[in-house]
Design a protein around this ligand. Structure first.
Ligand code: HAM
Length: 416
């Protein structure tokens, strides 16, 4: 019987792992450069955290969560997104008492029961950053710069930054009434999904992909024109700072995001090198979330970015990932005693951080030489009967074919 991986998941094979390692290393290096510290939370949480934090009317909570009762009868959910768990950890561990501002990042799996398609998985790896404790406009800007720097270092230069503000909760509530009033006369023409959303989550009608919905909403009142003066001027300050720093953006009234915790600034990074799932990343402010989860009122802002999508765009743009590292020296041992000697030498070399390999398939001398060539080893060390007698092996430098007799415990000195 043959087994297959679950739908919407992927195997990352050794031939591709160097790309992942490089992208992950880039995320960690850039996060450190911006003084973000890593936070790790459990792979699963109590389901209520997401019901409350992300919102019961969202697609994530309504349709996409991997939720099951555990053996003790508690309802458990595999983490569909990172922000609610990080805020739970922030409150639970009284992190605000340590210091007033936290800059955190994570790089881990998220699980969503979605219809798989290009760039959309049921388990995806997400890099996210969160700044907790400040409502300064520079926190919004800093997160956009963090994502941009990661993308740029992976050769992703031609992406769009979309921006919007969905204001404070009361501003949004009153805008939603205005929007519903506007949509009322066209309600019968809206898609079935949008008809449902008219009742439960009318803001999301704005980001419907359905062409008829889009045509109708094109003329809808815009949320930016319905913000209070404080929210509006905050948004203008974010935009002005991005302009001053030479960061290009587009204001998009449809950018309302699919999670309930957002307030004020929302943003997405869009790439034309992706298909229908064109967001390499997205985020925004969530100034009410920590309070909603039982903490003191604390402002926050963050974003998440799918690693699969980052890699897809980097590869499409022809980014040259560094080659995986190869063993430096290949030991060709021609009999059993030689093999034992080779293992002793290899043990010493590995302690000195010199990578080595030897044959584990009992292959002929010729086949072992071929293998050393294939692995692009810089040196070969040959041990046969003669060499054992002399207590010296034959060190061959592959680049010029030169050879030298070297004692078994002196090899490291010759590999400079
Ligand atoms: P999100 O927009 O749902 O936001 O996801 C963030 C990013 O994760 C997306 O832009 C996309 O690149 C990637 N992503 C999401 N779902 C999938 C999937 N099924 N397959 C592959 N990639 C996917 C959030 O999750 C928020 N927690 C972001 C945030 C952090 N907002 C504030 N702080």
């Amino acid at each position: 019987m043959k087994f297959q991986k679950p739908k919407g998941t992927k195997d990352i094979l050794p031939k591709d792992i160097n790309k992942w390692h490089f992208a992950e290393k880039t995320v960690r290096e850039v996060s450190a450069l911006f003084n973000f510290s890593e936070i790790r939370t459990p792979t699963f949480e109590y389901t209520d955290l997401f019901n409350r934090g992300v919102g019961s009317e969202t697609d994530i909570v309504g349709k996409e969560m991997y939720t099951f009762p555990d053996k003790g009868g508690d309802s458990i959910t595999l983490r569909p997104e990172g922000t609610a768990p990080v805020m739970r950890a922030y409150v639970e561990n009284s992190m605000s008492a340590e210091q007033p501002l936290h800059k955190l990042y994570y790089l881990t799996s998220m699980f969503r029961y979605e219809r798989p398609q290009s760039g959309r998985y049921r388990e995806h790896s997400q890099f996210g950053g969160e700044i907790i404790g400040s409502d300064s406009i520079y926190t919004d800007v800093e997160l956009i710069m963090l994502a941009k720097e990661v993308y740029n270092r992976l050769g992703i230069l031609n992406f769009k930054i979309k921006l919007n503000s969905i204001g404070k909760s009361d501003e949004r509530k009153s805008y939603i009434e205005t929007l519903r009033e506007f949509l009322k006369s066209n309600i019968n023409e809206l898609s079935e999904e949008s008809k449902k959303r008219f009742e439960t989550n009318a803001l999301r009608i704005l980001d419907s992909k359905n062409p008829v919905d889009r045509k109708i909403t094109e003329e809808a009142p815009k949320i930016l024109d319905h913000l209070g003066s404080e929210s509006r001027s905050r948004f203008d300050m974010v935009v002005n700072e991005l302009t001053r720093l030479g960061i290009n953006y587009e204001i998009d009234f449809r950018l309302v995001r699919g999670l309930d915790y957002y307030t004020d600034t929302t943003f997405e990074f869009i790439s034309e090198d992706l298909g229908a799932q064109d967001a390499i990343g997205g985020g925004g402010r969530y100034d009410g979330l920590i309070e909603l989860l039982g903490g003191k009122p604390t402002p926050g802002v963050g974003f998440g970015s799918g690693m699969e999508r980052i890699l897809m765009v980097a590869e499409k743009n022809g980014f040259e990932f560094p080659e995986p590292s190869k063993p430096k020296i290949y030991f060709i041992a021609l009999n059993e005693d030689a093999k034992k000697t080779a293992f002793e030498s290899m043990t010493e070399l590995r302690k000195k951080n010199i990578s080595c390999e030897t044959d584990l398939l009992g292959r002929s001398f010729k086949a072992q030489m071929r293998e050393a060539n294939k692995l692009e080893c810089l040196f070969v060390f040959i041990i046969g009967e003669e060499e054992l007698k002399k207590n010296k092996g034959l060190l061959k430098t592959m680049s010029d074919g030169s050879q030298a007799e070297v004692e078994f415990n002196k090899i490291a000195d010759y590999l400079k």
